[in-house]
Design a protein around this ligand. Structure first.
Ligand SMILES: [Zn+2]
Length: 56
């Protein structure tokens, strides 16, 4: 359970779970979300980048 709380942030106001971090499909490392210059997920371990289409 503690592991999940590191990756997800539960918003009690809206009752929604926000994704804090996601795991890299290439190396399994934790990816960080960057908004600029374009919305994307970036893995600091291997440099894998996944562009987000859901968020602007
Ligand atoms: Zn990676």
């Amino acid at each position: 359970m503690a592991e999940i709380h590191k990756l997800y942030d539960f918003d009690y106001k809206t009752g929604k779970i926000k994704l804090k971090n996601r795991k890299c499909p290439r190396c399994g490392g934790v990816m960080g979300f960057h908004k600029e210059p374009v919305a994307r997920w970036y893995c600091g371990a291997c440099g894998y980048t996944e562009f987000s289409t859901a968020e602007k």
